[in-house]
Design a binder for this molecule. Sequence first.
Ligand code: NDP
Length: 285
Amino acid sequence: MPAQLLDGVKIAARLTETVKKEVETFQAKHGVRPGLTVIIVGEDPASKVYVNRKHKACAELGIASEVVRLPADIAEAQLLQEIDRLNGDPKVNGILVQLPVPKHINAEKVLEQISPKKDVDGFHPVNVGNLTVGKEWLVPCTPYGIVKMLEISGISIEGKQAVVLGRSNIVGKPMAMLLLSRNATVTVCHSKTQDLASVTRQGDIFVAAVGKPEFVTKDMVKPGAAVIDVGINRVGDKLVGDVKFDEVKEVAGYITPVPGGVGPLTIAMLLHNTVKAAQLQLGDR
Ligand code: NDP
């Protein structure tokens, strides 16, 4: 029997409904709206699309959002100064620098400049540390959205074998931490993993975040597994995931489509994090 489809659009709508109520409660209590500022450096077309989506999603929920557009040749020091200005602005509760930044700018330095309390992407080392010790404050949006999706879909995590393919700071590592803290037994695979398919076939939950189009084939998947496809790869004029959807859906128990799977959850969790950051700053949490 083919896998059950996990509909990210529907689940994201449910999550944003909750965020909307939190925005209303916050506004009623404090008389201001939570505010998000997104910084975009340069003219990367994919980044522009992502930033516009985030801006629109904020507007729909009543979150005040501002986009700061900076030229591609801006000096690193100037960008850091701009982040400092936003760190000190009480109207700005969340700051996000859209990645990638141009090559002459050190992305790590930029992420570390953002105040941990305003770090809605959850990439600052303080928030990475929080997650590692089990404090889920501002958690990276994509993996956070994935655990919400599993929970809402009734896919239990505790005691399961979870395999995460990819160890990036943005997806793979925080994904592994979130699954571990929910009592899965977690294996993280990467480009040096030997006999990859035999490892990934252990996964009751299999998260693919490898960034290679249709990399995951059906022989890599345990029958009945929940397969979560994080990949967004442009092939010609099509978007495809990291999973070969048509064949993997024949063996998996659950599968996310691309598009319409993990992507919408990422935005929903960004909105969630923005409200959470505002609540943390004003002492509601
Ligand atoms: P990265 O390129 O940072 O990480 C890729 C990981 O895959 C690395 O850990 C790498 O291993 C591993 N890898 C690469 N090749 C192989 C291989 N042949 N065998 C095993 N492992 C391999 O990617 P990201 O984590 O940033 O993103 C992954 C994908 O998710 C991309 O397609 C990206 O566009 C998408 N994405 C989607 C989001 C969404 O909202 N849906 C949000 C963020 C990302 P090593 O560490 O050894 O190099």
